[in-house]
Design a protein around this ligand. Sequence first.
Ligand SMILES: [Zn+2]
Length: 403
Amino acid sequence: MIALKNATLIDGTGKKPVEGITILIEKGLIREVGTDLSVPEDADIINLNGKTVIPGLIDAHIHINGSSSLDRPGASHLIPSYNYAEMREGCLRWGVVAVRTCGQFWEEALAFREGVENGTIEHSPRVCVSGPMFQAPGGHPCYTVFMSDPDVEQFACEIVAEDTEVEPLIKMSKELGVDFTKVFYAHLNKMDYPNPVPRLSKQKLKEIIDISHRYGLSVTVHVDSPAEMEAAVELGADVIEHMIGAGETNHILSDELVELTKKSGAVVDPTMISIKRFDPLNDSAPSVWEVVKKAVKKCFDAGIPLAVGCDSGIPFVPFGEAVHDEMACLNEAGIPTLEIISMATGGNAKLLNMDDRIGTIEPGKEADLIVLEKDPLDNIQNTKTIELVFSKGRIVTDCRACE
Ligand SMILES: [Zn+2]
């Protein structure tokens, strides 16, 4: 048994911090949490006086076989035994214990998820996997950022023309065990701004959403503009990714759209850090960063559930560390730190359907937690002052000896 003593606890439920907490960890699980616990004599005691404990973080939007460098492993050829080392190391170093991958070589990612779940793959965050990326012929992302790569086209995407029947693939992806459907309803040409690329028709988007729902799959829709967001929400999208893309000129997130989104129950995952990092690179485009901050605050104030996703695995957005940067972006938008920590832990766990196992620090949950040297409520950047990361009850990162 491990006993973490005298910690200040932020438990991920939204409750205010409590000081003087003891957390007992045994066989990978949180056994007890409280102020007056008796600690067994043989327990390994770690004194955390002055330190803060938060749940392990979750990234709601990654690309598991991507990279933060411009050289993108897996993009130019299929590597069946790809071990996602950059993702695994980055995430666990930065306390990210679960990820939701929103577009990748999907069958390969399912095999990886299986290994993580059955324990044959160690030292990895848990994984929630999308099916193929449904997109328009000539559209984003296969014919833009992946430059028509044939392997991406064949193993990561489903190119949907007007006469394409989408049901067989959705059925197969469900049978093979994907966690959700990912679809692009988007026009930005990220390689050649401002020339747009083809987008799916609204009819095709509707079919993909309706059929996925019939097979019990939730649908995550990548949009670049409020107009695309409106269409996706109207048609029943469960999660909206990005909301307003870097380089987009239609910025208006109207009161009506906010109201519609709130009523629909959709989760908005604004991936602010990816927009911020790319915003200055679009010289010819107007900056959207200031607009995005206001749009995110507007959603938050309206009570729309927000996810904390980064688009990690695209250039300049490193696995793991980006979650801390995304949390800082949300704080810059005006969202209080305690809420942001709940969103990135308990909230994201619900999105990944893992809230019975992780996301909050409560008895019975898996022992996935982070010890911070400094109080994150003093400054959200303090979430980076990581001393220890526990995953499934084991220390996977120990920075106590780091300088
Ligand atoms: Zn993405």
